[in-house]
Design a protein around this ligand. Structure first.
Ligand code: S3P
Length: 183
């Protein structure tokens, strides 16, 4: 996770479902005042449907196409200092990973499998986990995606035992250097 190549642009949050990206994104937005782009929300607004419906009606592959399109759109924007919160599967497509790194300082929020299960089992908005074998799905998908998160991130934060305030402070502390550089 080489930090020296980072240009001072945006803060990008990646990590598995339930890792806290949306909540931490909102917290960073509040503290820094940078606009927040929540990619899942943007996809739902653009498509006029919930993610569960997109998966059901058009399938995962179509969802991934929308996700990549959205990322390409965001990458074209020249204004900087945004907080960008991504969907957990953004790293699945290899071409997305360098795009994310070019977007700014990439922070990977991580948590143990049991914790992810605990956090995600309460809601039904995640089509990939809304199935009877969610525990096994989490284990398999996390193992598969781990190297991709690692490859993409400039910073990894183990979130277990930390509250959103502490996580945000950790990110700001470490991102501060990059955001004091002229853009
Ligand atoms: C997905 C994660 C979800 C959403 C979609 C697919 C994934 O976002 O993009 O359900 O493949 O991990 P969150 O990580 O915000 O839940």
């Amino acid at each position: 996770m080489n930090q020296s190549e980072v240009t001072p642009k945006n803060i990008v949050l990646i990590g598995f479902m339930g890792s806290g990206k949306s909540t931490v994104g909102r917290e960073l937005h509040k503290r820094l005042g940078y606009p927040l782009t929540d990619m899942d929300q943007l996809i739902e607004e653009t498509m006029g449907k919930k993610i569960t419906e997109i998966f059901k009606e058009e399938g995962e592959s179509a969802f991934r196409d929308f996700e990549t399109l959205q990322l390409l759109e965001i990458s074209k924007q020249t204004d900087t200092r945004h907080i960008i919160s991504t969907g957990g599967g953004i790293v699945v497509r290899p071409g997305n990973r360098p795009l994310l790194r070019q977007l700014g300082y990439v922070v990977w929020l991580d948590a143990p499998q049991n914790e992810i299960y605990r956090r995600t089992s309460r809601n039904e908005d995640r089509p990939l986990l809304n199935q009877p074998n969610a525990r096994e799905r989490i284990a398999t998908m996390m193992a598969e995606r781990e190297p991709w998160y690692r490859e993409t991130a400039h910073l990894k934060i183990d979130t277990l035992g930390l509250d959103f305030n502490e996580i945000s402070s950790g990110i700001l502390e470490s991102a501060r250097y990059f955001f004091t550089q002229p853009v």
